[in-house]
Design a protein around this ligand. Sequence first.
Ligand code: ANZ
Ligand code: ZN
Length: 853
Amino acid sequence: EPNYSAAAIEQKWQKVWHEAKLDQTPDTTEKPKFYALSMFPYPSGSLHMGHVRNYTITDVIARLKRMQGYRVLHPMGWDAFGLPAENAAIDRGIAPAKWTYQNVAQMREQLQQLGLSVDWEREVTTCSPDYYQWTQWLFLQFYQAGLAYQKESAVNWDPIDQTVLANEQVDNEGRSWRSGAVVERKLLRQWFLKITDYAEQLLNDLDKLSGWPDRVRVMQANWIGKSTGAYLEFFVKGVDEKIAVFTTRPDTVYGVTYVVLAPEHPLTPKVTTPERQEAVEAFIKEVAGQTEIERTAEDRPKRGTFTGGVAINPFNGAEIPILIADYVLYEYGTGAVMGVPAHDVRDFKFAKENNLPIKVVIVPDDADNPDLELTQAYTESGIMVNSERFTGMKSTQGKDAIVQFAENEGYGKARIQYRLRDWLISRQRYWGCPIPIIHCPSCGAVAVPKEDLPVLLPDDVEFSGRGPSPLAKLDNWVNVPCPSCGESAKRETDTMDTFIDSSWYFLRFADAKNTEKPFDSAKVNDWMAVNQYVGGIEHAILHLLYSRFFTKVLRDRGLLNFDEPFERLLTQGMVQGMTYKNPKTGKYIPSSQVNSNEPKDPETGEPLEVFYEKMSKSKYNGVEPQQVIGKYGIDTARMFILFKAPPEKDLEWDDADVEGQFRFLNRVWRIVAEYLEKKPAKIKSSETLSKEEKDLRRATHIAIKEVSDDLEEEYQFNTAVSELMKLSNAINEAKCYESAVYKESVETLLILLAPFAPHLAEELWHKLGYTDSIHHQSWPKLDPSALEVDEITLVIQIMGKTRGTIQVPSSADKQALEEFARTSEVAQRHLAGKEIKKVIVVPGKLVNFVVAG
Ligand code: ANZ
Ligand code: ZN
């Protein structure tokens, strides 16, 4: 038999499978369904190891489920709109569509080399008009439901290139990636989706997602950020305005010593006195350049300035200063805060820095003599003091009492506040899905009629990276008659955030070829929810939240009958490579330039730091999938990836372990080759099995049990692979080639291996003489009786020292065990002429003789 040659058999079987349409989604609805999905890739042009890991995990699950009798949907597609294509156009003059489709072709080929059991006939590409016409159609569903609206909102503005920048195009110092100009914030009219309408459902339904990692659910809950509190209104002295604040601590209202507005707050100019005007304006300008992250960073000093205005606390008439400060965000709550330095950490710092008074109104329950000179904020609950009629009340009850009181007096009300904001979907970009709206001077924003969809992206576009969006410059595209009144009107030139494209692609897979509508509801209801979704933790919040939001809206529109799209979620760990770094210069050194026994900087000779880190081009620590596949084959790469770490943990790339899995697959190859050599013409199956047969049969069924268990709830591929290795060892040791048991063991090994190393398993299966695919076989069934042990190994000890072992019936009781031990040859030899003082029997394990002298 020739040796294992991965390259030859992998290509061969991929072709055969493709021609036999082995991976096609079955039409039947008789079997139970299983939908296995990897987060679809962005077509960057080349596949990296993280992709290989992601798709391998999903593929093993898909293959396993097919063998377990499910009809499986396992599709693949492309998240193909987005900035990089437009950058390629600006930098290299390639049309975004051309660049994208080239990359798709290249990556599809690379993916197909992985031998994934993907139904390519359902491939979707989000930048293709047959997909994005339905993205537009769905947008209009939102629009008709009142869930899509326009509002002024701040964007990153490059004053040199006169263009809007995406967040990714602004560096850490707030400069434009192209022009280097300091980026400004500019208000533009933009489109939003009203995700806040669904905040409560999105939060509550997290409870249904027991198949999601807790950490992801917590991240989503924090992102939605529900706070229970109140709006309270402060009067402004001498001005006929009220300042509403949002607070989660109404019980501290007697401790308010100042009020802070967000600098952008519309009341800022109204409360500012003439003397403070210049300072206030200067401060507003300064803050305008800061990002929200900068503004809210914990460790940063909170900065602010007095407006000269005075607020009046409606509870006690106290007159307090009004300030503006960077840490108060305009978009959250009411954009204004009551400052309670005694009981809030940020306010305490701010008060200290700005010499504002600190007034204690809550003291600990157990303090006889509470400290009213705080050295830090007291943020716990306690007893209310200095709070007029509320003094002496528990602060937890005071919360409600204060809100109730304010409500009766007409200056406050209870309020639930979410951190979640509406989803800004407008992008002033070309390479995205056009928003299907026409702006008419008389009719306003008019939906493009369904029969006019898709609004196609024009391709006679010029890319310079300067000026307004390329679409806005195309007069003949922009100027159209109003669909409603026929007057001349203008197309919306914003395109949609690409997260919209990916918020419904998993629905399209259920009915990918539909030309009449985005999908047939019955088909989607049949296939959804995705039973197992696999992807990176970087999508823990946005993509998953938006997809959940879409699902709920479409359910409310009557298009779906379920409310959560992803039943189980697996967030796979990163693939890390060995990284070399010069700690002095901070430079990363490619491993090819390093002697791994003594890693030194090739230029300076300085010793290098060596550690594992996520593979990336900039750190020169990547391993190319092509390289590994070329050397060992994809089956070895898959086996290594699955064996090296549990799927949700980070994986450290290690060539020696890759080699180890290659050797294992070679061993399986040899087992089959040897079996075919030795196999007699007639296989013997007898009623009573020899000890050797029994042992082998037990090993086989242990493997069935363990591998099945490992793959059942948790997808512990790594331990499953270990079990396969154990079974191969057991087969290697057995010599009963003529027995039916041997045949069962070899075949079981191949079938269990099939989801992991699909090509090798298929090849060997055919070598055994089968003509049907191994991937059509049923998952082996456990025979519990095969696990029964009828003999066990008993250890014989003298004075606690092991002297030998004997085989005894597993049914032997304590007394029988002692008898077997006493009469054994080992014991006889060691006990000759000695007086036994005591015998200790540990059933199932050992017998220990304690002797005199
Ligand atoms: C007075 C107070 C006293 C507060 C106290 C806290 C403790 P979460 O839980 O995140 O909702 N706040 C309200 N709006 C804000 C804004 N736009 N920018 C910055 N801070 C804002 O936080 C709610 C608390 O954050 C509110 O309760 C308010 O400060 C502040 F002992 O009001 B609190
Ligand atoms: Zn009109």
